[in-house]
Design a protein. Sequence first.
Length: 422
Amino acid sequence: MSDERTLILGLDLCDETTQLAVYDRELMEPVLMGQSEENPDALIETAVSFESRDPITGFLENVKSGKSVIDGNKKVKPERVLAYFLRKTLSLTRMRYPGEKIKMLVITVPDMDKEYVDRIYESLKLIGLENDRVKIIDHKRSYMYYVLYQKKELWASDVGLFDYDGKHLIYRQLQVDRTHNPALVGVKHKDYTDAFAVDEADADDKKGDFLSDELISIDDETSALAPKGVVFENIVKSALRGQYVSSLFMTGEGFESEWADDVFPRLAVGRRLFRGRNLYVSGAVYAAKEFGDKKRLEDYVVFSPDMVPVSLTMEVYQDGKTVDLELARAGDPWFEVDTEVDLIPDGDTEIVLNSKPVFEGESKKLMLDISPVIGKNNRMTRLGLRVRFEDAKTAIFTIRDKGFGEIMPGTDRVWEETVKCL
């Protein structure tokens, strides 16, 4: 038994069901928590029960909106409901890994916005998990991490993913641009829900409409398949036309049907095809390993439109030596950056930061004005520097004069600068 922080966890948090997995250091792969013969996918209902009442479901919508959850005659803050659920779910690790504590947890969600992410972080703080041990990513990034941790021959070319929950059909295609250093990893996305929204009764009519639009022919063997399989096969052909996709992944409850069993072997001709429901939670585990354990992807940058495209550093004297202090890391979502440091100016008239683009472009210096403390800028005050972002390319710097306690009281004067980093 150990009290060290060793657990690397991933959690796929969705409206109806959740999955939890841990990186097993002996197997060197994610292992699902709560898996059984009756529940091979280790699906956990996203629900809570208070005071033996009926389970409360659908509360993630309240977390997204900020509206209270109704529990009998009481109103409960959604962050507290989620905190209760997370505590109970994470406790599943105790039986297999008794005494071990969380080193890094990555939660993956289908989609994310700043308000939703902030409330999840607040829920995690309520159960003692601060931001240094947790990270939140969306399914798209989880998919990227999952693929990049597979054998390289599986992603020698583009890799496709179809996600079908029974209602929505989403296609994602991972692409690696190796002309950059580090290599740029991105995902293009297309929603095929409307094209696939067919009832078995009208599938033949829909098949004809889709094929006439996409100019894809049907052979006799394809016509023998169930109508839904016909439509799906031709959606796949449309998505992949003119491209070389070396591997296909299929995930989601919607693929647990006979029509999928029939069509998947045809789609596997000339490429590898994988099917399962643990892709996103496994990707979250690999992301947690990357963030909190040994890095494996230093030669790659996982790109998304929300990522910060630069690294922000400043040269400081710390512990007897000059070091580059990281204030913002390239690749992090802009709305998650919130760094605070204390600085003691040593004759400086401005704070100098280095903004280094992760892709093309040259590094540039960012100069922040500290004229409000001129006269105290020779080790006579402390400056609090807070770094946030307004959008992916625009940083907000907040500076506060903190002084040196009673010896040199601070004015608590605060000033702010908004700067384009590219």
